[in-house]
Ligand binder design. Structure first.
Ligand SMILES: Nc1ncnc2c1ncn2[C@@H]1O[C@H](COP(=O)(O)OP(=O)(O)O)[C@@H](O)[C@H]1O
Ligand SMILES: [Mg+2]
Length: 288
């Protein structure tokens, strides 16, 4: 696979790691790198799975990244529990982490490489389903302890590689904490999407995420309203999040909930939901 054809700002990354660049004009309108975030339960995983499916169906190569420690993107992509049970999250690949960083996972205060090799990880450790490669990041212990450990270095480096150095569409299903995102990575995200549902709690999270994202250099933060039941729900969310750009809404749909119970992907459950997601994708492309 070609290393990269993404535009790289050499002032940010230095000459040594400059891949052969394509000009931004070629990519205009295609959100190559999408981060999906929001409060737990709002529908981040559902949205990530829908967008991954839509791009994969168009024939694009997609890397779907499950960066939420509460990982469940595999199920939303329709991957069975049996198929996924042997796929270890990257943060648990002890030998790989030690080989790449030069230090055992969980060690702190020692010396380890902060720029480990990661470019072979999607092919080597991803789970492939049609045009989608699923990568499960897993929990890094550093998140809990606040330290900076080898596995954290590897995950951060991997995310940066996926976002700023790869050709594929990358869709990252993230927790609201956006813990693995560094400034250099955040600046490479084309569409930073916060999913909200009607209610104060998801709005509070959206506002906090917006501040975190802007602090990291994200220029545009988009919103998807999910689980809406009536027009007023959309109006309410727009009024509360007045300075954010809305991409559209996904209706509350019992079939989506039902498909989660049955372990089926959301696009199989409801044409309405799939069509709403398709409209959101078109709106996003028209705004970029
Ligand atoms: N539009 C919707 N209508 C009905 N249920 C939904 C909708 N979107 C998501 N859900 C359900 O809500 C629950 C949480 O969704 P999920 O995508 O896992 O959220 P998150 O990843 O943000 O925690 C799941 O059971 C999912 O099926
Ligand atoms: Mg989720």
């Amino acid at each position: 696979m070609a290393k990269s054809s993404r535009p790289i700002d050499e002032t940010r990354f230095g000459r040594a790691c400059l891949p052969v660049g394509r000009v931004r004009g070629d990519l205009k309108g295609i959100p190559m790198k999408i981060a999906v975030t929001g409060k737990g339960g709002v529908g981040k995983t559902t949205v990530s799975a829908l967008l991954s499916h839509i791009y994969a169906k168009e024939g694009k190569q997609v890397i779907a990244v499950d960066a939420d420690p509460d990982a469940n993107l595999a199920a939303a992509l329709g991957i069975s529990r049996q198929d996924i049970q042997h796929v270890k999250p990257i943060a648990e690949l002890t030998e790989l982490i030690e080989e790449r960083t030069g230090a055992k996972p969980g060690t702190t205060g020692g010396i380890f490489k902060i720029n480990p090799r990661v470019d072979d990880i999607p092919e080597g450790f991803g789970f492939r389903i049609e045009n989608i490669t699923l990568l499960i990041m897993g929990k890094s212990r550093s998140a809990a302890s606040g330290c900076y450990c080898p596995e954290h270095a590897l995950l951060r480096r991997l995310l940066k590689h996926l976002i700023v150095e790869r050709d594929e569409i990358v869709i990252v299903d993230m927790e609201a904490g956006i813990e693995h995102l560094t400034r250099g990575t955040a600046e490479g995200v084309d569409a930073f999407i916060v999913v909200v549902e009607p209610g104060q709690r998801s709005i509070q999270t959206a506002l906090a995420v917006k501040d975190l994202a802007r602090g990291l250099g994200v220029k545009r933060v988009f919103v998807i309203s999910n689980k809406v039941r009536k027009e007023e729900d959309i109006t309410f969310l727009k009024d509360e999040l007045i300075d954010l750009e809305f991409l559209g809404a996904i209706s509350f749909n019992d079939s989506i909930m039902e498909s989660d119970i049955q372990g089926r992907p959301p696009w199989q459950a409801s044409d309405q939901t799939l069509n709403e997601a398709l409209r959101i994708k078109s709106t996003l492309e028209s705004l970029l």
